[in-house]
Design a binder for this molecule. Structure first.
Ligand code: PEP
Ligand code: MN
Length: 631
């Protein structure tokens, strides 16, 4: 049973209800959300003869009988998705997380090498078994404590948090000492004593689905951990036994959308144990991201043919690298981002102020989503009215970072931002992120499309939905300063026939209703945002550079610079010309180059560019947001 309190309920009123329930011998689990406090009642509900007794207590808004046997794991208990932190990585938010590493730790050298490889391709958590639950007692059983020590060394060397499987309560103390998260394997999913003990540690738990477990069995297993007061459970689907024999198991991807409805817990997919063959791991890993999983766990080995366990399903390092690029491209299509191992994308946790990231617009803006998707859920988007104010916020040191749009695939470059980058010499691009832009028609609760007469949005928002708006020729279109601001405006005016075009989250933020989804003309509508900060920052392994330069006004001047790029084998991903401010006959060129800025090639290129141009400005060095799949 779940008791929901009025948003105005006092602490005393909540305590009274809690006391009443516990006096009946029942357990309670309190969840204080931003709006409502919820009390989950656990135990034999036969003790409460009449639920009206609860309903009449001051402060109680609703008493919901829960029909599912699991309670703490249920979505009714917790509407918002649970975020589970492993080290400083959050699982279950907008960022898709990749856990990778070998099946088993085989030696210090093997796990160190594996950690470097998976980190280099962008994995954020390292896996590796030290206690291996093998079907045969005659096969490699793992290195035990020695293996855990090796894992801890790999963490020290790479900074990656580590997850490893606990096969028995007897190893728990050791596991807690060396690991950042505990895996409960498929074979132990219903080892209830182990689940209770794992729950008592309070550590993040990666709970694999048993090979013959139903989704309900699995959620009940999660309930064992949760009911010990440990909320940090991640579910991991790894394939179930079916009549099919051509794969090791059958991967139940439908578990992802089913669980998203039933539970608030994050869910990840292990395509390695599901298929048992490396060539099948890759397509299923892609599918896992496409169907909404919060992450994947994949086995990767520096030399799979020598692996002591699960070699045939372990990816070669280059296969893993390619898979990561593919996933990175898929994530924005489903509205998410791949959590890559980029130092600047981790928010400093020591000071709350440092978590603020400036953007232009109001809450619900696409830029605010870009902040969250780059920096994670801990980041606090800090709204500013204009781009100029965003730059001033950085100059004044009020925030360390800001996120600004650079270009849209339909609308082209945001020139004002480029102009500001030129004016503010110390502000540099230190990251980029690409978001798919989905437009939504938003109106008042109860409004219908037939009743709409007026629509507000930023001119870009209106332009991106040209075809949709053409099918409603009688609607009056009114431009606003930003998309989310249009929703706030419609809300304020309170007229049922008015609507706005904006992001889906702005409907939620302003308490409005989505009337139509995905109304943009182009399904491939993307905006590229830059993460900017004062100074050069510390971007690890940058592979992209943005420059602006002005050439002499003579034939072949631009061509000669482009030839230099070609000669140094540097790929150019953007070239755009802009008239020089105040001198419309001269042109500046904005160029993005895919190059390692610490390379000799780049140094020589910059020298050459300097000698043949009127001005060169380096706008920043960063990691490119996504790779093309054909690379
Ligand atoms: C593992 O991840 O190493 C493992 C043994 O997986 P499962 O429990 O899913 O078989
Ligand atoms: Mn394995």
């Amino acid at each position: 049973m779940i008791i929901v309190f009025d948003s105005a309920a006092t602490k005393q009123q909540i305590d009274n209800v809690e006391d009443y329930v516990t006096a009946l011998g029942l357990g309670v689990h309190k969840s204080a959300g931003s709006e409502y406090t919820i009390l989950g009642v656990i135990g034999d509900l036969g003790h409460i003869s009449d639920t009206r007794q609860l309903l009449i207590m001051p402060g109680v808004k609703e008493v919901i009988p829960v029909s599912t046997p699991y309670k703490l794991a249920s979505r009714q208990m917790n509407q918002a998705d649970t975020l589970v932190k492993i080290g400083d990585v959050s699982v279950g938010g907008d960022k898709v997380v990749v856990i990778a590493g070998p099946c088993a730790v085989e030696s210090e050298q093997q796990i160190l090498r594996s950690a470097e490889i998976v980190k280099g391709s962008g994995a954020v958590i390292l896996r590796g078994g030290a206690f291996k639950p093998r079907t045969s007692p005659y096969t490699f059983q793992g290195l035990g404590e020695e293996g855990l020590k090796c894992l801890a060394k790999a963490r020290e060397a790479t900074g990656l948090p580590v997850v490893s499987e606990v096969t028995s309560p007897e190893y728990l103390d050791l596991m807690v000492e060396y690991c950042d998260a505990l895996q409960v394997g498929a074979r132990n999913m219903q080892n209830f004593e182990l689940l209770k003990r794992v729950g008592q540690t309070g550590m993040p738990v990666l709970l694999k689905r048993g090979m013959s477990a139903t989704i309900e069995d699995w959620l009940m297993a999660a309930e064992y951990v949760l009911s010990e007061g440990n909320p940090n459970v991640i579910l991991c689907e790894r394939g179930i036994r079916t009549f099919e024999t051509l794969t090791r198991n059958t991967l139940d991807l439908s578990a992802v959308p089913v669980l998203k409805e039933l539970t608030h817990l994050p869910i990840i997919i292990d395509p390695s144990h599901a298929t048992g063959m490396r060539d099948k791991v890759i397509p299923l890993a892609r599918a896992a991201i496409a169907c909404g999983a919060d992450g994947i766990m994949v086995e990767v080995h520096p030399k799979p043919e020598t692996a002591l366990s699960d070699g045939p399903q372990s990816l070669y390092p280059d296969q893993f690298e390619k898979l990561m690029r593919e996933i990175q491209a898929i994530c924005p299509i489903v509205g998410r981002q791949l959590d890559m191992n980029l130092t600047i994308s981790r928010m400093p946790t020591h000071s709350p102020d440092a978590r603020q990231v400036a953007f232009q617009g109001v809450p619900g803006a696409f830029s605010a989503r870009a902040v969250r998707q780059f920096f994670g859920e801990e980041a606090e988007p800090l709204p500013r009215d204009t781009f100029g104010e965003v730059f001033e916020t950085l100059e004044a040191g009020d925030t360390v970072f800001a996120v600004v749009p650079l270009e849209n695939s339909n609308g082209g470059s945001v020139h004002e931002v480029y102009d500001l980058l030129l004016q503010h010499e110390e502000i540099k691009i230190c990251g980029e992120i690409r978001l798919r832009i989905n437009q939504t028609l938003i109106g008042h609760a109860g409004a219908t499309i037939d009743g709409i007469k007026r629509v507000y949005s930023h001119p870009q928002g209106l332009a991106q939905c040209h075809r949709y708006l053409r099918s409603h020729p009688d609607w009056e279109q009114l431009p606003t300063l930003d998309t989310a601001g249009a929703v706030a405006l419609v809300k304020d005016r309170g007229l049922a026939h008015e609507s706005a075009i904006a992001s889906y989250e702005s409907a939620e933020i302003y308490g409005m209703e989505v009337l139509a989804e995905s109304i943009e003309d182009q399904s491939s509508n993307y905006t590229r945002f830059a993460v900017i900060g004062k100074g050069w920052g510390a971007v690890e392994n940058p592979d992209k550079v943005s420059l602006v330069y002005a050439t002499h006004d003579r034939p072949g001047a631009l061509l000669s610079t482009l030839q230099d790029f070609a000669e140094h084998n540097v790929n150019m991903s953007k070239l755009e010309s802009r008239p020089v401010l105040g001198n419309p006959l001269e042109h500046m060129f904005y160029v993005d180059l895919e190059v390692d800025p610490s390379s000799e090639d780049f140094a020589r290129l910059m020298e050459k560019l300097g000698s043949k141009t009127l001005l060169v400005r380096d706008l920043g060095h960063y990691r490119k947001a996504s790779h093309r799949i054909d690379e």
